[in-house]
Design a protein. Structure first.
Length: 556
């Protein structure tokens, strides 16, 4: 239940944050914000809204906001009172969202329980008043959309004991919002790109972004309620309330044209499928990526081979910084970056091969970047060349390198984080390997190809094969990773559809081989090949792929 409470808080408070404060919202999602800042953000966000409201026609909306403000502050104080009494001297730097991950409602003392009860009463008042405001046809469209946002926010937090109980009511809210003719008209004008689209562009796009934001909040809460590895997640999207545009049903979470509009507003992360890697300055764009990883902060780390550096992007796909894994300038040496990985402490590991024709041999190494320095893990790494290599770091701190040796045999090598060799397994036993991943119990997941068949193999830490299951798809360029929180294996590949190669599909399995669900993405043109897959702690899947024009990272 605590994860649901955390999701409800983060998602709903995010509705109060306008475009100019999206950075604050992202910090909240990552837990990088103090209690007092969170409280101040709530009050400031609501005050900004109230300052723009006046007149008798908006009295219900104003009342809803007043009740919501009081309810949210009381809600905050109820949990903060428990945190303050149970934490150490560093309590003032502990984020409410982070602490709530481990805090159950049954842990609250009598004082906190009383505050929570009063908060829920105020939130119920906010829900009723926002319902009345939404029903007021005299209000302009932006106010009615805002009213529905407050209604959803209040509904979710009022059911804080079990946020999943609010899902049916919130779904009805989304359906009512989508049925407004004015909302449907905004989407119709924007998506048709006709002459009417030149007028009232800013106001129309603001409505579209607000509607998409509400949809995303609802999805996030539902996703957390059902869980990453639940078959019902696919059913949720199949039955998601759509917006009717000239007899066509538009899903604001998945529609590519809607995603384009959100991209122009720098709000693409409100779409359920979005991409990054080709925005901004030239040095920020991906040139030749060979792997991707995520860390505890939700950052995307991409190994970009062509410029020979590692690029780091934030959770919304904005470029943060890049660094070179090798700082030594060795004349005549060419650096090839094969893959990148992270450990539980967010250290970054980079697998490289140094090619020096004059030296007569290639050498492969792993480099580890800590927050303060770059450490070459040279001891124990062999002087043979890897082909199509990949890298992963286990929960127990073992570095796994997978690839094809010069002689053509595929193996997995295990090292300690200081570079010392531990063992090799799979030589002469593995078919063509395409990826390696680390499970939560020390097991190692290895993906193999055998002609047209694709298999997922599970090995023990000692290198003994424990089980194998066949993936019921014929994929091109398959990639594999493992989601620790749900204990599920993910396999991404390209499917050919009617002589076109434009469908990317991600299959999710339990580690025992039971199929869970699939995620699909279509491109207007062909997808040439995949170059890596990763999944964040909160279940966002990132796939590096190339279409006919350039490389991208797809986030779903």
């Amino acid at each position: 239940m605590s994860s649901l409470v955390t999701c409800a808080l983060k998602s709903t408070v995010g509705l109060l944050v306008n475009k100019g404060r999206d950075v604050v919202a992202e910090k909240l999602k990552e837990g990088d914000i103090t209690d007092q800042k969170l409280r101040d953000m709530i009050i400031r966000g609501i005050t900004d809204v109230k300052s723009k409201l006046d007149g008798l026609a908006r009295k219900d909306l104003l009342a809803a906001i007043e009740y919501l403000e009081e309810g949210l502050v009381l809600f905050y104080d109820a949990f903060h009172s428990k945190i303050s009494r149970s934490s150490n001297s560093e309590a003032n730097t502990v984020s409410l969202a982070t602490t709530m991950r481990n805090l159950e409602l049954t842990d609250l003392d009598e004082s906190a329980t009383t505050l929570l009860s009063i908060a829920k009463t105020r939130l119920a008042d906010a829900r009723r008043k926002s319902t009345e405001a939404f029903s007021d046809e005299a209000l302009k469209l932006s106010d009615r959309v805002a009213a529905m946002g407050y209604r959803i926010m209040a509904t979710i937090l009022e059911a804080v004991d079990d946020p999943s109980a609010a899902l049916t009511s919130c779904r009805m809210c989304i359906e009512r919002l989508h049925s407004l003719p004015a909302v449907q008209n905004c989407f119709a004008v924007e998506l048709k790109k006709g002459l009417r689209g030149r007028f009232s562009k800013d106001e129309r796009r603001e409505i579209i972004s607000s509607v998409c934001r509400l949809n995303r909040v609802m999805y996030d809460v539902m996703f957390t309620s059902y869980g990453f590895g639940n078959k019902d997640v696919s059913d949720i999207l199949k039955t998601w309330p759509c917006i009717e545009v000239d007899e066509e049903k538009i899903n604001p979470l998945l529609d590519t044209k809607v995603a384009e509009t959100l991209h122009k507003l720098d709000m693409k992360h409100y779409s359920l499928q979005w991409s990054f890697g080709q925005e901004g300055e030239e040095e920020h764009r991906l040139k030749d990526p060979w792997g991707i990883a995520t860390n505890a902060q939700g950052h995307f780390i991409v190994a970009d081979n062509k410029p020979g550096n590692i690029k780091v992007y934030d959770s919304s796909g904005k470029f943060l910084y890049s660094f070179l894994p090798i700082t030594d300038d060795i004349p005549g040496t060419e650096v090839f970056i094969h893959d990148v990985a992270t450990d539980k402490n967010s250290n970054i590991y980079v697998l490289v091969t140094l090619k020096n024709p004059g030296a007569g041999k290639d050498e492969s190494y792993v480099y580890m970047k800590t927050p303060n320095r770059m450490i070459p893990l040279k001891e124990g790494f062999k002087s043979w060349s890897w082909t199509w290599a990949s890298l992963v770091v286990t929960e127990k701190g073992k570095v796994l390198v997978r690839g094809e040796l010069v002689g053509g045999q595929h193996v997995i090598d295990m090292y300690k984080t200081d570079g010392k060799f531990v063992r090799r397994f799979g030589k002469g036993k593995l078919e063509v390997t395409s990826a390696v991943a680390a499970a939560d119990d020390g097991c190692i997941i290895v993906a193999t190809n055998d002609h047209d068949s694709y298999f997922i193999n599970t090995f023990s830490e000692k290198g003994t094969r424990l089980r194998q299951f066949k993936v019921e798809r014929s994929f091109h360029y398959p990639q594999t990773t493992f989601h620790q929180a749900s204990e599920h294996a993910l396999i991404a590949g390209i499917r050919e559809e009617q002589e076109k190669q434009n469908r990317l599909e991600i299959l999710i399995y339990t580690k025992q081989g039971e199929f869970v669900r699939s995620v699909e993405h279509e491109e207007e043109g062909d997808i040439v090949y995949l170059r890596g897959i990763s999944v964040s702690i909160d279940g966002r899947i990132a796939v590096v792929y190339r279409n006919k024009l350039h490389f991208k990272v797809l986030v779903v």
